[in-house]
Design a protein around this ligand. Structure first.
Ligand code: SF4
Length: 89
């Protein structure tokens, strides 16, 4: 695990808005929510097998390791998290 770990607060907003990204739109069940998202528990039903795009550390290692520090990548992602969370308020 990278240090510090990604500070995910499990809000579920990324899983509720997969239609916003070309990389996750294929997961859209039709209303923007991922077909693998369980709204009752706010959890991923395929967590152990979730796609690479949903694995923030693995995605960073494969695609952005040379471009950003881990801390920078966290900040970039948190900007999206905060935008989605604010829109949901
Ligand atoms: S596959 Fe799982 S982690 Fe990825 S968007 Fe869907 S519910 Fe969320």
């Amino acid at each position: 695990m990278l240090n510090p770990p990604f500070p995910c607060n499990q809000c579920g907003q990324c899983c509720r808005h997969v239609h916003f990204s070309n990389e996750t739109i294929y997961l859209n069940r039709g209303d923007g929510v991922c077909r693998y998202f369980d709204e009752a528990s706010n959890l991923c039903t395929i967590y152990a097998q979730r796609p690479l795009i949903c694995r923030v550390e693995d995605y960073y290692r494969i695609h952005y390791l040379k471009q950003y520090s881990w801390e920078q990548f966290i900040e970039l992602n948190l900007t999206v998290c905060k935008t989605l969370q604010k829109a949901a308020d």
